[in-house]
Design a protein around this ligand. Structure first.
Ligand code: SF4
Length: 464
């Protein structure tokens, strides 16, 4: 049993998790459908979004240089990080130079990817997560389980108990409004007294040097404007050429993520506070992080760099809906996580993860930037095969199947016999006990096969 299998088994045995995931993902799926139906020619918009991303990824160098020049002209400092460790070191150095004792962080998956929460703790710098779901995760000392709803694995009842145990002045009434007020009382003073604000970026606008963030709570604005220093950590693939491109991507992002026409707060930050501004940070630092992205572009995974982190693929994934996000083991869960995790954490320890997909194509169908996720996953499977990572039993089984399948007569004979045997065993309920069948039947029953093979039925159907 691999670590992934263990985690998936534990998730499947947790009935509360299933309820929590279904409540959020099910609602998101329904809302997205309504939003897309109301959007004029969403398919053409998807094609345009994919083309915008492909264009910038093919010309990443010039666009990043243009962004840097414009951001610097607006007064920001731009830093470049090749690895996660380099990115964390840059952020910690800036915090220490600012004498920061505490930072307010606005939700950023890149921050999770590079291990920033851990790096801040190691440097002795206090951290307050200002996004409500991230606040829940921080109190529970857990990792996010979804890129849009990091606490989606928790039910409202569990969150209520957590707030009562951890908040200084928790809610009394068991209502969502009272719980939100409890979080607000806990967070607000910490947000306003932080020395540094740290955010991610949804988009970087090359022709203006602006950084765009979107939230539904306004926590980014409240935690990034009051502190003296604002640090942005952003993956280099977040670049878009200009504002109209950013607006197009925003329209795709909000609808795909939550089914809303636009997020509640969409803010563009261009440099630090200028003379005459009433508020804003005195320093703005932008850390542009590669962490494997250039390698992805050059080694056949360029399409994955189109990802705008909307979460639609996981909301529509039959596997994610069963096991939730933590079972995936990496920073990013769901179909996009299954493609990204081997890049970030290596293929060998994630061999089972790349097989945890039915290839039904639903993720590709809903992806606003048309990422061919099933094809990319198949690419990982082929690589795993070429590098000899598949177990001997799998190699022998597939080798035997290939040998038989390329001999039509033998194949027909073999499948006819197999169908008869399986039907016989099936009537006695033995299919679940067959050797090698356990992985499939552990959580479900294997149905008895039809009396005739598909080929036999097809032949019969074609007879005049
Ligand atoms: S792969 Fe597509 S659907 Fe999934 S998060 Fe990225 S953009 Fe959204």
């Amino acid at each position: 049993m691999s670590a992934f299998t263990d985690r998936a088994d534990a998730a499947l045995a947790d009935p509360i998790l299933k309820i929590a995931v279904e409540r959020t993902a099910g609602t998101a799926e329904a809302k997205r459908t309504i939003a897309i139906d109301a959007f004029p020619d969403f398919e053409a918009a998807r094609t345009r979004a994919a083309a915008i991303k492909d264009h910038v990824i093919a010309h990443l160098g010039p666009y990043l240089e243009q962004f840097e020049a414009n951001a610097v002209a607006a007064g920001a400092k731009v830093h470049w990080a090749s690895t996660a460790d380099e990115a964390c070191k840059i952020v910690i150095d800036i915090c220490q130079a600012a004498g920061a004792k505490s930072v307010a962080r606005s939700k950023s998956m890149l921050g999770e990817e590079i291990g920033l929460p851990h790096a801040l703790a190691e440097a002795g710098i206090g951290r307050v997560e200002t996004d409500l779901a991230e606040h829940i995760i921080q109190l529970a000392d857990e990792r996010p389980s979804h890129i849009i709803w990091p606490a989606m694995h928790k039910t409202r009842e569990q969150v209520s108990a957590l707030f009562k145990a951890k908040h200084r002045s928790p809610h009394v009434e068991e209502t969502i409004a009272a719980m939100a007020q409890s979080a607000r009382r806990e967070l607000r003073t910490q947000m306003l007294s932080a020395d540094v604000g740290i955010s991610g970026a949804n988009f970087l606008i090359a022709d203006s040097g602006a950084v765009c963030t979107v939230t539904n709570e306004g926590n980014a604005e409240l935690s990034l404007v009051p502190p003296r220093v604002h640090i942005v950590t952003a993956g280099i693939e977040k670049i878009v050429p200009s504002m109209p491109h950013a607006i197009h991507m925003l329209r795709m992002l909000a609808r795909s993520a939550t089914g809303a026409a636009l997020t509640q707060y969409t803010t563009f930050y261009t440099g630090p506070k200028r003379a005459g501004d009433r508020d804003g940070p005195e320093e703005m630092h932008i850390v542009l992080v590669d962490n494997g992205r250039t390698k992805m572009r050059d080694e056949g995974l360029a399409e994955m760099l189109r990802c705008i982190r909307c979460g639609a693929c996981m909301n529509h994934c039959v596997v994610f809906r069963q096991i939730g996000g933590h079972a995936y083991g990496g920073t990013y869960p769901g179909p996009m996580g299954a493609v990204l995790t081997p890049v970030l954490d290596g293929l060998a320890p994630n061999r089972d993860l790349i097989h945890a997909c039915t290839l039904n194509g639903k993720c590709q169908e809903v992806c606003p930037v048309r990422i061919p996720l099933p094809t990319l996953l198949k690419g990982w499977r082929e690589k795993s095969w070429r590098e000899g990572l598949e177990p001997t039993s799998m190699r022998a089984g597939l080798g035997l199947w290939a040998w038989v399948a390329t001999r039509p007569r033998l194949y027909r004979l073999g499948t006819t016999i197999a169908v008869r045997v399986l039907r016989l065993l099936g009537t006695k309920g033995w299919i679940a006990k067959l050797p090698l069948a356990g992985g499939w039947t552990r959580h479900r029953d294997m149905p008895k096969p039809a009396a005739q093979t598909f080929m036999a039925q097809y032949k019969k159907a074609r007879r005049p």
